[in-house]
Design a protein around this ligand. Structure first.
Ligand code: 5AD
Ligand code: SF4
Length: 524
């Protein structure tokens, strides 16, 4: 590959939606010329996630695009064809899947849950821990015979893993049955990418390392009619030393409040009963909106007035959780008394090495303020055990913090080194069996506290937003209380999608059993 070609490819990698057309032409030309060079290019010059570079990105301007449309010539490209999207990882990915499903629907595709029946299969991947990545590579292996039997099947990999150099290289080398790789900043380009994958002969790779824009008006095929995800911001600038997200999702950028409010009003008008505001670090909402002095508290204060019964938000970062937000949440109403507040560790020393920017003491002070203002709020958290060189004493501090806060639930993880993150470069003197034992001990505590928190509900009457039949028993309905406790109860199918009153008859470790006492007529 000569210098000129390299330069052109570099433009493609760093692409900008405005330059898409010329990038496409370049890509076509280069691929036709020499596909080996194309593959080699990614192997030699694709940049690894680079923390120092990423940290300097704050100054770049975010571009807002309100003009997403599907070109007329592509509008029937999926007619008579079916798609399947497998989603791994967080709510952000689940919502991205809804957007991709929306785009595919607009292209004429229909959905299927049967891989044998699908003309296009997309794996929307997660990079947060190694086991999430291993699952995807396993799935690519399983899908190989299907692709060999049906060469016209389009197999695509998207989501966070596609943003990693090592993953793209591995797919280029070992999984050449993949037709399409695209990144988290390229979702709106799906129509053109699919067109290329269908009509081209080479693997289509489009991953922009740029920090991402905000694209409005993307179609969404939402999963269900009761609860909806609403993105309020994208990306993360916190740079916790263990975390790959700031590299895979780009810099923090907020949607405009008026766009968010309009989307929620629209969902309310369609009959949705609950929205969850989404972002990797929702408490940083608004910081990048230079023309506005506006934060998550202000946004929630407006959303509170919308006629939708339940509003939630995730995920919070303790550092940015401010008094204004606490004050607004305390107003209650449709703002649900449930706060997921990842602490990660109870040791100030470990928190420092994680670059979390708060201490055990300041976290406890925040919890005190929240409990004072919203005494009935349920608090849950995320915890990483076995961070490099975590001592027994430091782990004990996590155990005691858990008790002090009295969390009602937690997602617990063994630290997983992610290539390109600062923590992954550290030597680690904690053996895996020690980490596993710590996780086990922590989980015992998590279970105990969950069980105790649920006991408080015995014989109480709670409001349950009914989501559908229970996973294990179609005769039983399942839904959530305002504090996000799962309730199973017998009731008529007509209750699905409604908020109903349920009396709790039995409490377990993770769920509640109850009986419906009254079907809600009015849900607000
Ligand atoms: N190893 C283990 N857990 C991690 N998390 C994020 N990165 C890692 C990692 N490298 C956990 C954090 C975060 C949750 C979504 O995943 O607890 O809050
Ligand atoms: Fe990752 Fe969350 Fe830290 Fe951002 S705030 S770097 S998403 S753990």
């Amino acid at each position: 590959m000569n210098e000129q070609q390299r330069k052109e490819m570099s433009q493609i990698r760093q692409g900008n939606p405005a330059d898409v057309k010329s990038d496409q032409d370049n890509l076509e030309r280069l691929k036709k010329k020499n596909s080996d060079d194309f593959v080699k290019y990614f192997q030699t010059t694709y940049e690894t996630p680079n923390l120092n570079k990423a940290r300097k990105r704050g100054k770049q301007d975010v571009k807002y695009h309100e003009d997403f449309t599907i070109p007329e010539e592509l509008q029937n490209i999926g007619k008579g064809k079916k798609y399947l999207i497998r989603t791994y990882g967080c709510q952000m990915n689940e919502h991205d899947t809804e957007v991709m499903a929306g785009i595919l629907t607009d292209l004429g595709f229909e959905s299927t849950s049967d891989a044998n029946d699908a003309d296009i299969i997309l794996l929307n991947t997660c990079a947060i821990r190694e086991n999430a990545e291993n699952k995807v590579f396993g799935e690519l292996g399983h899908l190989k015979p299907l692709k060999q039997n049906r060469p016209d099947l389009i197999l695509g990999v998207c989501g966070c893993m596609s943003q990693e150099e090592s993953v793209v290289n591995k797919i280029l080398e070992k999984h050449q049955h993949v037709d399409l790789i695209f990144g988290t900043h390229n979702i709106h380009r799906l129509p053109q990418l699919i067109q290329e994958a269908i009509f081209g002969k080479e693997m289509v790779v489009e991953v922009w390392s740029k920090e991402g824009d905000v694209i409005e008006n993307l179609p969404k095929a939402r999963n269900g009619k009761t609860k909806a995800w609403v993105n309020i911001m994208y990306g993360c600038d916190k740079f916790c030393t263990y975390c790959i997200v700031p590299m895979t999702r780009g810099k923090e950028r907020s949607r405009r409040p008026e766009d968010i409010i309009q989307e929620i009003r629209h969902l309310a008008a369609q009959g949705y009963k609950e929205v969850t505001l989404l972002g990797q670090n929702v408490n940083a909402y608004g910081k990048d909106l230079q023309d506005l002095e506006y934060g998550l508290g202000d946004l929630m204060d407006e959303i509170r007035k919308i006629d939708i019964p339940r509003v939630r938000f995730t995920t919070s970062h303790p550092r940015d959780f401010d008094d204004r937000l606490i004050e607004v949440l305390a107003k209650g109403g449709n703002l649900m008394p449930y706060i997921h507040l990842p602490v990660q560790s109870g040791s100030s020393e470990v928190l420092k090495r994680m670059n979390r920017k708060y201490t055990r003491e300041s976290y406890l002070e925040l919890v005190r303020k929240i409990k004072e203002a919203i005494p009935h709020a349920a608090l849950t958290t995320d915890i990483i055990v076995g961070f490099p060189n975590e001592t027994e004493e430091q782990f004990e501090e996590t155990m005691t913090l858990y008790e002090e806060v009295g969390f009602e639930g937690a997602y617990t993880f063994i630290y997983s080194p992610r290539e390109g993150t600062p923590a992954a470069k550290k030597e680690d003197n904690v053996p895996m069996d020690v980490k596993k034992k710590r996780l086990y001990r922590l989980n015992e505590r998590v279970n105990k506290y969950s069980r105790e928190a649920l006991k408080k509900y015995q014989d109480k009457i709670v409001d349950v937003l009914v989501e559908g039949e229970s996973k294990n028993n179609p005769d039983v309905l399942a839904g959530y209380t305002p504090e996000s406790k799962l309730v199973n109860f017998e009731g008529p199918k007509s209750a699905i999608g409604q908020i109903v009153k349920v009396k709790i008859t039995n409490t377990k470790s993770w769920t509640l059993d109850g009986e419906m006492i009254e079907e809600a007529v009015e849900v607000k």
